[in-house]
Structure formats: C-alpha cells, structure tokens
Design a binder for this molecule. Sequence first.
Ligand code: MV4
Length: 445
Amino acid sequence: MFKKILIANRGEIALRVIRTCREMGIKTVAVYSTADKDSLHVKFADEAVCIGKPASIDSYLNIPHIMAAAEITNADAVHPGYGFLAENAKFSQICADHGIKFIGPTPEMINKMGDKITAKETMIKAGVPVVPGGQGLLESIEQTKELAKVVGYPVILKATAGGGGKGMRVVWEESEIEKAYTTAKIEAAASFKNDGIYMEKFVEEPRHIEIQVAGDQYGNVCHLSERDCSIQRRHQKLVEESPSPFMTPELRQKMGEAAIKAASAINYESVGTIEFLVDKHRNFYFMEMNTRIQVEHCVTEEVVSFDLIKEQIKIAMGERISGKNYEPQMHAIECRINAEDPYNDFRPSPGKITVLHTPGGHGVRVDSHVYAGYVIPPYYDSMIGKLITVAQTREEAIDTMYRALSEYVIEGVKTTIPFHLQLMKNEDFRKGNFTTKFLESFKMK
Ligand code: MV4
C-alpha cells in the first residue's frame, strides 16, 4: 500500500529502515543535514533531500523542513526511527494532518505514555504492577516529607515529563528532601519545560528488563519476549540481550501478560516496549513505555526470527497481526560500538575512520552505516554501529561476540570495542550476575 516512505532519521537506523523497504518493494526518501551529505543512508535511498544545517534543531528536528521534503517527494508515509522526532506527538499529528502516515503511534498514545504520572495512573487502572509511591504531583516540601514517611526511605523523585533518567533524585533520609525537591524541580523545568515531579519507593539494585510488544489497528496485541538492558552507564545502554539470564518461564509469562495489558490499555498501535524494573525477588514494576522502535530491537529479531521494522510498516499499512506471542528460540547479544574512549570516561571521539574491517561469519550481524573514509560528525550521538551475535546458548553467543569483537578493526577514532572485549571475559557478566549498578564498579584494565 505504501509506495514511498520518507525516513526522518540518520545513521544506522535510517539504513536499517531502507533495507526493509527494499525487501518490501517500497521506495525510500532519505533526508540529511549538510553534515551527513556523504552518509550511506543518503547513498542507499532512492531519493535524498537536504533538510538543513548540522545542528539537529535545524535539520532532523525541524518539522517544517521534513514535511516539505515529504511533500515534494510525494511520500505516503514517514518512518521516524528512534530519537529525534520518534516520540514527538506534534510531529505524529502534523503527519496525520497532511495525509502522510506516521509509522508509529497516534499523538494520543504518545501523550498518554509521555507524561509519566498519567502513564502510571493508566497502568494502575489496567492492573499492571507499578512501583509503590505517591499519586500525582508533589506540591510542596512539607507534603513531600509527609509522603516519604508513608512510602518509606529510600525514595526517588522523578520528573513527570522525564524518562531515561534525567532529573531524578534518590533520597535516603528526611534531611535531604528539601534540596532534592528543589533541584529536581529546577532540573525538570530546564530539561522539559515542565517542573512537575512525583515520588516512588527507590528500588535498590534492580535489573532493567523490557518486553517488546506489537499492536495493530484492530486491538490485537502480542509480546515478543524480553530484553535485558541492565548493562548501562549513565542511562546509556551498552549491551542488551535476549533472553534475560535472570528470566524464568513463570516470570516471562507474568511480565508478558502485564506488557500486553499495558499496551492494550492505550489501544497501542505499532511496535513498542514496556520497560520494567525487576528486583532481586523477581518482583517487577512498570517503569515507562517507549512508543518507538528501539536501538536494541535487533536482539529480539534474532531470537524470534522476525523483522520488526517490516511488522511496524505492515501495521501502519493496516495489516492485522496474528496475536500469538513469541518465545526466544536462540540467545542474542548486542554490543553498541560507539566512537567513545572507554579509557577516558567514554569521552566522545568523532573524526575520520581511516581503516575499517567488519566482522562476519556464523552468528554475526553488524548494523552500521560507517565505511572506511567516513567522517563521524560531532553533532549527533556517538553510536557507529551495533554488533549482534546469535547462538543456541548464552555462553556460545558470548564466545562468538568475543571472537567478532577481536576481528573488528576501526582505526582513526577511539571505540568501545576494548570495553566490550573485557566485559565478555568478566566472570560476573558471564554468569549473568549483574544489575543496573554493574558498570559503576567495572574498571578497564
Ligand atoms: C528507578 C530506579 C529505582 N527505583 N525507579 C532510570 C531511568 C528511568 N527510566 C528510571 N530509572 C530508574 N528508576 C525506582 N522507583 C532506578 C532507576 C535507574 C535505572 C533504571 C534502569 C536502568 C538503569 C538505571 C540506572 C540508574 C537508575
């Protein structure tokens, strides 16, 4: 039904979407900033339109420029990828207003999950477990102190417009409330133009386990099992895997059911992710919903043998999903290869890739937009690719990952490859013995 899709993104995800469009016989339009004129997504698309200057605000976040590109190329639909405008309700609305299908959820769905207090209320009504805490906004320091006594220390203050970790404050005792309340509000106002904050019980040393879901336009929702994303640093995921080494069949059953309830509660259309915190007793709590395709979608694709981008496009075209759920048949791990120096606090390392050798062989997938001679611009995120391995068991997937990382040659910029090589040999990692705090104590040799 779609003849032409405009991809409102750059880098590896733009290429990822172009690849699936090719397989589906759908024409593609790339948009690019002047900094990306030599990018592969520009070369691989059927058409390409320059949408502005390097800064994201002037290009990949500039809605009028992107809409103009969609209109002059006569695109039927827009794929937003991840980041940039992927969870921008206004953009979803503007696409709809112009008769261009936004390949993702409606503005209403984005808004219901974008405001965290609203999302939590919706989840409570739907019977999805949430972290215990206060209901609604915190109105004063006094009220915050009273509520914290009821919830019990430690507590965490979060921005209702937040997500991804910005503007959070953990509070261990009453004497810290005043400062935490004030700084959380200031940070929320500065980051989101919304100073609303709320309180939750702080879950110590949790795992981050998320469930991939898909919903169609007719109310059918299914899940495609979990990804473990506990290996993070300052809220940046570095490694993801499926299945989670912490998962049990009973927990998957329960979390899958909860994720379906969560997506069904907003009549979710498209692919999406329900993020949960899981404590050491395997209690799980809804954290947030990501209403987009995620960076780490590939590990799910590998273990359930499923093209999630194809599914996302078909759902947007009005196709029905089967409604059955998917269990992992394999084990997949993804390492994010960033142009960052792991020996120097993961400092960004943009610049020219002088030498490139990409790994291959059995069980190896590389999703990347870079080539020898490519210059990584300093304006965007530092991810230069994803290395994914798949095998029958977790041990084999790790061993294949180590082998593939050893083959990967990237010269000219610093990368996270040395970090991943050390992680793959770490005993606790190999045992599946890790939480979101794991990297706080991980030291590079
Ligand atoms: C929490 C939490 C503990 N207790 N909420 C971080 C990102 C944002 N989505 C929510 N986050 C957390 N919320 C309660 N009630 C701990 C975190 C958290 C975290 C969560 C997932 C992965 C990595 C993390 C690192 C630090 C804190």
